[in-house]
Design a protein around this ligand. Structure first.
Ligand code: SAH
Length: 277
């Protein structure tokens, strides 16, 4: 099911993550995002490569002097814990999936961070926060699950003037053959992801949202190995995962194994923006 804009609904993504949550924890090593590799010969394991991408997001966030950070689509909180370890920030993470929120809050308490890192169940489409409450907002690999324009405007609302937003998202690299477009569309539907935008369309979206663009990076040469590494892991561990989670895990593994996730036009971006002063 999708909304009028074609974007997935909150209940779609909740259902998807309810089923795939534990499997993803296993496969990705607890960060639900792409890895960052220097080049094709870089053999860094996926767990470490996903940590590297978090480090890049933190570096782009300008948190050295502290402040309040909102992490939209927080997974089980690993990126937030890394930011809290590096800088004297207060963090609120939100997700529309209650299992992730419970898990993330337990992890925060276990790390002794509960006084400044907490997680709440909320839908990104209507953030339960006042205007201008945050210095920095992250949308770390979750905007593809949402109505992008609507959520970017919500982010702008909760950011203080001059506050910063850091986003990673899928990006279409160049024109696609009809066959690749069909394959990819089916794959994105299975992942409950919105349509792909190319760089000009993405820049127009940012512009239309009212966000002032600071930096736009195409990270595809560094993140492209993620799909291959996940595929290798799924192949190696299918029997073990079925033994742990039962047969219900098979359709989820099929989504991750789908070669459409490897079409060369499926890229990845990072952008930094700010709320105009
Ligand atoms: N940023 C995390 C997780 C990325 S996975 C990480 O990098 O590890 C995408 C996340 O977006 C999941 O936590 C999912 O539950 C969340 N999400 C999807 N749709 C959402 C919505 N409408 N509102 C809030 N969170 C949503």
């Amino acid at each position: 099911m999708s909304t009028d804009s074609g974007a997935p609904t909150s209940s779609d993504t909740d259902e998807f993550y309810r089923l795939s949550h534990k499997v993803m924890l296993d496969l990705w090593g607890e960060n639900f995002h792409q890895g960052y590799w220097e080049d094709e010969d870089d053999r860094t394991p996926i767990k470490e490569a996903t940590e590297r991408l978090t480090e890049l997001i933190i570096e782009k966030s300008g948190l050295e002097r502290g402040g309040r950070l909102l992490d939209i689509g927080c997974g089980v909180g690993l990126p937030a814990f890394k930011a809290a370890a590096a800088h004297p920030v207060e963090i609120v993470g939100i997700s529309n999936n209650q299992d992730q929120i419970d898990d993330a809050n337990q992890r925060s308490a276990a790390r002794g961070l509960a006084d400044r890192v907490r997680f709440e169940h909320a839908d990104a489409a209507s953030l339960p926060f006042a205007d201008g409450e945050f210095d920095v907002v992250w949308i770390f690999e979750s905007l593809m699950h949402m109505d992008r324009l609507h959520v970017l405007r919500e982010c702008l609302r909760v950011l203080r003037p001059g506050g910063r937003i850091v986003v990673t998202d899928q990006l279409q690299l160049g024109p696609m053959t009809e066959e690749n477009e069909r394959l990819l569309r089916a794959h994105l539907d299975a992942m409950h992801a919105s349509e792909l935008l190319d760089e000009p369309a993405y820049r127009s979206l940012i512009d239309e949202s009212g966000i002032e663009l600071v930096e736009f990076l195409d990270l595809s040469p560094h993140t492209g190995l993620t799909g291959i590494r996940v595929l290798e892991t799924v192949d190696e561990r299918t029997d073990e995962l079925v033994a742990s989670y039962g047969e219900a895990v098979l359709p989820i593994l099929d989504v991750f194994r789908d070669p459409a996730g490897l079409v060369p036009e499926l890229g990845y971006l990072l952008f930094v923006g700010q709320r105009p002063r």
